[in-house]
Design a protein around this ligand. Structure first.
Ligand code: CP3
Length: 348
């Protein structure tokens, strides 16, 4: 490790040559780590962990003590934003998030924008606690959920198999749905701006359910809301690089890149690396896209797939990552194999 390593991620996002391929992975802090499970027990619930700046800072740093990574990602959740607007949020063991439902104009009108950053003050304190603890080589990533993805959790009241009610509201052009999206755009700009002021150096916007949207709806509910967040941040003088992760767009990733001025995009595991090389890397830095199942199960397929990715995507346009978050059952040894295989290939 050396003090130039932080430059790797920033260089790739600035379209400059990095001295090594930057590497981090989504959900790098979490339940697959014993030290996370222990601290979560001490904290009580997942939300108690998120809102205690000392605990959340500790969890943010945990994976960096084990692995040679180039970035830390703030430990929090995309659903703290609806909670900050007044939705009730809880996480039920083995069931995931539960939110009070938002399904009408009356529900949307109840959501308050004025209290968002005050409510989320503990998150900014987490950032301030983490920052001085990070080695000089590690970049610090903040994040929020994209309006479509966050709206689906608010409308369904939690995780849903098919997000039918959300799609129904969007595709039939419900006015309350458009107002909800607009409120989420404003809340996200305020929240991300405050994250940057507190110390994050890169922003990632997670649109995990972007693939729900058919071609004609993508513009309105995926690209435009994210573009407005990016434009809103730039208007306020926020200059940090932005990574958009619109999961599952396939060839539509090209439209996503053309529609929004982002420095990086995260791509799903099903996107062929040859297609990425031929279509995307001349336009934007690409982050991804190892399948988290390959990382979970290990074996010869792990190294083979890591090598397939790194040998096809040049390191000056690539941020090595997964196509989605690390799975809870993943063995720590497999992560060492993944990291070592990337470093060996690049000779770094
Ligand atoms: O990546 C990181 O390490 C940073 C922290 C982070 C978490 N969630 C922590 C978390 C980030 C960036 C997220 C994003 C997030 N949260 C997304 C977008 C990315 C994706 O996974 O698609 C979404 C959709 C959520 C909403 C969410 N949070 C769900 C559906 C769940 C339940 C599923 C699950 O894995 O338990 C969560 C809980 C959650 N968020 C956990 C963690 C570590 C597990 C909580 C626990 O039980 O300890």
């Amino acid at each position: 490790m050396n003090s130039d390593n932080k430059k790797a991620l920033m260089s790739v996002l600035a379209n400059e040559k990095p001295h090594r391929r930057p590497l981090w992975f989504m959900r790098q802090a979490g339940r697959y780590l014993e030290e996370y499970r222990n601290l979560r027990k001490t904290a009580g619930s997942f939300l108690d962990l998120c809102y205690n700046p000392d605990f959340a800072a500790e969890v943010t740093i945990q994976p960096l003590r084990r692995f040679d990574l180039d970035a830390a990602i703030l430990f929090s959740d995309i659903l703290v934003v609806p909670q900050a607007m007044g939705s009730e949020l809880g996480f039920v063991q083995n069931e995931g998030p539960k939110l009070s439902v938002t399904r009408s104009m009356a529900d949307v009108e109840k959501l308050e924008l004025s209290r968002v950053n005050e409510f989320l003050d503990p998150v900014f304190n987490t950032i301030k606690t983490v920052k001085p603890e990070l080695d000089s080589h590690v970049a610090f990533i903040g994040f929020c959920g994209a309006p479509w993805t966050v709206a689906t959790y608010m409308i369904e009241g939690g995780t849903s198999q098919d997000r039918f009610l959300s799609k129904k509201a969007a595709f039939s052009g419900e006015t309350w749905f458009d107002v909800l999206i607009d409120k989420l755009i404003i809340a996200s700009i305020d929240y991300l701006e405050a994250q940057v002021r507190a110390g994050v150096e890169v922003i990632q916007i997670f649109d995990s359910w972007a693939s729900d949207l058919p071609d004609l709806q993508r513009e309105k509910y995926c690209y435009k809301p994210i573009a407005k967040i990016v434009a809103g941040l730039r208007e306020r003088g926020v200059q940090v690089p932005i990574i958009g992760f619109a999961k599952g767009l396939g060839a539509g990733q090209l439209d996503f890149v053309k529609a929004i001025d982002m420095q990086g995009i995260g791509v799903e595991s099903s996107l062929p690396v040859n297609w990425i090389r031929e279509n995307l890397i001349d336009k934007v830095a690409v982050q991804g896209n190892l399948d988290p199942v390959l990382l979970d199960i290990g074996g010869p397929g792990l190294k083979e797939n890591v090598r397939h990715i790194v040998s096809n995507i040049p390191m000056d346009r690539h941020i090595f990552n997964l196509g989605h978050g690390v799975r809870q059952t993943t063995e720590v040894d497999h992560i060492h194999i993944m990291v070592d295989t990337v470093r060996e290939f690049d000779g770094s």
